[in-house]
Design a protein around this ligand. Structure first.
Ligand SMILES: Cc1cc2nc3c(=O)[nH]c(=O)nc-3n(C[C@H](O)[C@H](O)[C@H](O)COP(=O)(O)OP(=O)(O)OC[C@H]3O[C@@H](n4cnc5c(N)ncnc54)[C@H](O)[C@@H]3O)c2cc1C
Length: 237
């Protein structure tokens, strides 16, 4: 596969690349494909943090195609983790659907760096969707004792197949995707209380919705930059 300028830039920025090997595959409700992987030494070298993601390099008719995916249940001692692919018509999703035991793929670690604030926030507000549900779950695991309000947008019922890892004090609100994401933005905006200094906000959904919610949090609610983590996880095209 021909590597492009992205690979060179990432390497210049200190990105480290590993070869992952598929150990097992699992369909989750027909809407997600979960792959179990050997990590090629990735966890031992790079460590792990909640929401940690890697850049996978797919072959798209001879051209390299890089997309981000979130580590699920990383086990550094065993050198293994899983990945959960929300399925849609895309190169990464197609690769995951067809993956077989023994297949390999390269993963570059560069750019993933989330930490829960210290001291711990008194409340977490999380906004995600099918693509960021693995990251939401890793946050709920890491913040098991912190009260959290979560909104998860779903495009169809199958996207509710991935189990959520909520505990007592975590409230999950499922929101159907309507009006190109406008319904999620309106629902979250109407429900969010006034900004509090001891809360943390984490937003990762479709790019335009993420932008709208970020603007609302910063400009309308006055949420401080350090209290907000926001990243568009995919773009509607
Ligand atoms: C930090 C980070 C972590 C991520 N972790 C995960 C993860 O763990 N699991 C996961 O499933 N995704 C995750 N994503 C999202 C994933 O990288 C994107 O969905 C990506 O665009 C998929 O690539 P593709 O080649 O399949 O489709 P693309 O070539 O990017 O797009 C093809 C078509 O599919 C549409 N599309 C792309 N993604 C979606 C989607 N999620 N839902 C509906 N339509 C879509 C596009 O609008 C386009 O029309 C993550 C993204 C980021 C930034």
């Amino acid at each position: 596969m021909k590597r492009n300028w992205e690979a060179l830039v990432l390497r210049a920025m200190g990105g480290r690349t590993f070869r992952l090997t598929v150990r097992g595959t699992e369909s989750v409700g027909g809407s997600y494909q979960r792959l179990h992987l050997d990590d090629g030494g990735l966890l031992a070298e790079c460590g792990v943090h909640p929401t940690m993601w890697v850049r996978l390099w797919f072959d798209n008719e001879g051209r390299s195609h890089q997309r981000a995916y979130t580590l699920v249940d990383p086990d550094a001692a065993a050198g293994r983790f899983s990945l959960e692919f929300a399925l849609h018509d895309g190169c990464a999703a197609r690769w995951a659907s067809a993956a077989q035991v023994g297949d390999t793929i390269e993963a570059t670690v560069q750019g993933s760096a989330f930490r829960l604030p210290d001291p711990a926030p008194r409340h977490l507000y999380l906004v995600g969707d099918a693509a960021s549900l693995p990251a939401v779950n890793s946050l709920l695991d890491a913040a098991a004792d912190i009260p959290a309000t979560v909104w998860v947008e779903y495009a169809h019922d199958g996207e509710r197949a991935l189990p959520t890892r909520d505990r007592a004090g975590h409230e999950i609100n499922w929101v159907p995707r309507r009006d190109d994401g406008r319904h999620l933005v309106d629902t979250v905006r109407a429900a969010l209380p006034a900004g509090a200094d001891d809360a943390h906000y984490w937003v990762a959904c479709e790019a335009a919705s993420t932008r709208d919610l970020t603007r609302h949090l910063r400009r309308t609610l006055g949420v401080g930059r350090h209290q907000l983590t926001a990243l568009g996880y995919w773009s509607a095209r």
